[in-house]
Design a protein around this ligand. Structure first.
Ligand SMILES: [Zn+2]
Length: 249
């Protein structure tokens, strides 16, 4: 890890509108590069010293690309559910949205599905007036625990079918992956899979278990996945289409 590049803001008038960008200078760069970051918008990577003219030339030349990418990012943002972390919020759990109910008791934290409601039961010592951030934190811990329980059970079920056993299972909060398999046989899963429909979680479990046999995405790999889950393509396209919305939670 090197030192963070210095970040400056810039603005340019392109044919279709005014665009602000973040400028990241770096000693190692020789060329000007563009990236549309979902969080930061347009980022321009450039060498330590670069003229404004050269920068703008690259921006003009890529004007169409920038417009297209900005529109896509805007559409994705608009499709993102706006979540209020308060009792009554509708949260996805195993593919269905349930209203959240907050209760307190003398025992440990629990997450239950009762009468069409997702009940978060917290120890009485936790303040009853949780902030949204605190409630989100409590829900994340509960979702993570539920993910662990379900994923461990599904791995135990499918490992017999696939014929390979992982060395261990880790539940993570990766930003961009649903699962991964290390060369040492450790399977990592994203806890947000517990929010998705069960066939989607099963697909990711089987996908990673099959990587224990083939550490690539070769035809033999996909044939093995298909032998276990003939309808896996449906789950795969669900992830492509809806997967990113799970990051709103
Ligand atoms: Zn894979």
């Amino acid at each position: 890890m090197g030192r963070e590049a210095r970040v400056e803001q810039g603005e340019v008038l392109l044919g279709w509108g005014r665009v602000t960008y973040r400028l990241k200078r770096s000693k190692r760069r020789r060329t000007v590069g563009l990236k549309l970051d979902p969080e930061h918008g347009l980022v321009v990577y450039c060498p330590q010293s670069v003229s404004l003219r050269r920068l703008e030339e690259v921006l003009y030349r890529n004007s169409k690309w920038i417009r297209e990418k900005s529109r896509q990012a805007e559409a994705r943002r608009a499709a993102m559910p706006q979540v209020r972390w308060t009792p009554g919020a509708r949260l996805p759990f195993k593919g269905v949205h349930y209203p959240l109910e907050l209760l307190f008791h003398a025992g440990k934290r629990e997450l239950l599905l009762i009468d069409g409601r997702l009940q978060l039961i917290l120890p009485a010592k936790v303040s009853a007036c949780l902030s949204e951030e605190e409630l989100r934190e409590q829900m994340h811990l509960s979702f993570r625990a539920a993910a662990r329980e379900t994923i461990e059970a599904r791995v135990a079920f499918f490992e017999r079918v696939v014929g390979f056993q992982p060395r261990s299972i880790r539940i993570k909060g990766q930003k961009t992956r649903w699962g991964s398999c290390s060369a040492r046989g450790i399977l990592n899963f994203n806890w947000r899979l517990i929010l998705a429909p069960p066939p989607v979680l099963d697909y990711v479990v089987v996908h990673e278990l099959c990587h224990l046999a083939h550490l690539d995405h070769s035809r033999r790999f996909w044939a093995r996945v298909g032998a276990v889950l003939p309808a896996y393509a449906e789950a795969r396209s669900w992830l492509t289409e809806h997967g990113s919305t799970l990051y709103a939670y």
